[in-house]
Design a protein around this ligand. Sequence first.
Ligand code: TRP
Length: 455
Amino acid sequence: MADTHTPVRWQSRRAFILAVTGAAVGLGNIWRFPYITGENGGSAFLLQYVAFIVLLGLPVMMAEIMIGRTGRAGPLAALTQLARDNGRSRQWSKLAVFGGLTLFLILSFYAVVSGWSLAYLGKSINGDFVGLAAADVGAQFNGFLQDLPLMLGCHLAFLLMTMLVVARGVSAGLEKLNNLLMPLLYLLLLLLAGFAATTPGFGEALHWLFWPNPEALSWQATLDAMGHAFFTLAVGACALMAYGAYMPEEQSLPRAAVAVAVLDVVVALLAGIAIFAVVFSHGMEPAGGPGLMFVTLPVAFAEVPGGSLWLSAFFVLLVLATWTSSINLAEPLVAMLVDKQWPRPLAAAVVGGCVWMLGVLAALSFSLLSDWHPLGFIAVFDGKTLFDLLTSIPPDLFLPLGGLFIAWFAARGLTTEQIETALGSAFMARLWRVVVMWVSIPMLLAVLLITLYRW
Ligand code: TRP
């Protein structure tokens, strides 16, 4: 095995967990989770999402890390080598390429929304939200989407921040800073959810989020919940394989994966509680779309003493969290080119340039290109802007599809011995394999096929 070639390991078990958490916790938890929960009727979405995390996200996350850990190399090299060693088709390496495409598409909208966060950091430091009523904050967001110089400037700034780190090939400093500051983000969210408990809409928010509501069930909610389980765990595009490659031998993979998933879900739930308490306290629309976080957070913090300071702190931490996530999105793309002998700075510049171009088009979906429906000729995508398409197709279809193949390869392409070594015991290996073969894969196939059929 390549084991002997790469003796590099994370310095500690904690370092591995923190790195994966850095990739997992980001806009997915604080921006995407609340708004798609809102669009899909609250609990009808949320309960499915939690089930998918446990039955699909977690087992596939273990599969992805396991492949990296066994191959001890980046996605492309690990898949190529494991397939060869274990007598599987060479085509398996294409899975890394498909993952790369997915990451590219996700990063292109991710950088846009991260740019929004950066702009909102500036606005909150500037005191732009002080004394505004809930409706005015909403109007301000809509105005912001038309403010192209500000929006595109922040998009570019965020992308530069990301690609500079990736170009230098070391994110160790950032990683450390992040590890130091992320607990503060969790604390702030906890505080915010605590304050939410004192607002009049709190009870209604909890009921709406957690009380089963079969009437709101829809196929769309199921598909979105499945996609989001992958998106929020950063699973399904081979991006976690590289992290697995550096995992210390003695670390328990299942335990690390569970720790990350629990933290990730808790962050999302806290954000959801805080945001929907605002929604119900102020008679706002839960299905507020991608602007939901930007409209509710300024209002939520306005109720906390010293709110605008806290709001600024929150956006600092949010930008940091999205930074580590977008580095995780960009790194495999750049690494793939570096493996083809490209100089790293050039690879980062080219990837960054392509992501920037697609991102600009996505960012214009709210103004100049609002009538452009790129896939309008397909009935289900009619009326969707480029931004709508990018925020739904890669997370909700491509990640589960990638996850399906990752799970299959890990369960069938690795030897029993390799799985046992990676998972730490014969019992865990057997349990994992049974869950993957009899629950995760059939479930994934069923949801994907029914989706296709309905189209
Ligand atoms: N999980 C991140 C979030 O919730 C997004 C992300 C980072 C991601 N790396 C990924 C999604 C790899 C899919 C694949 O914000």
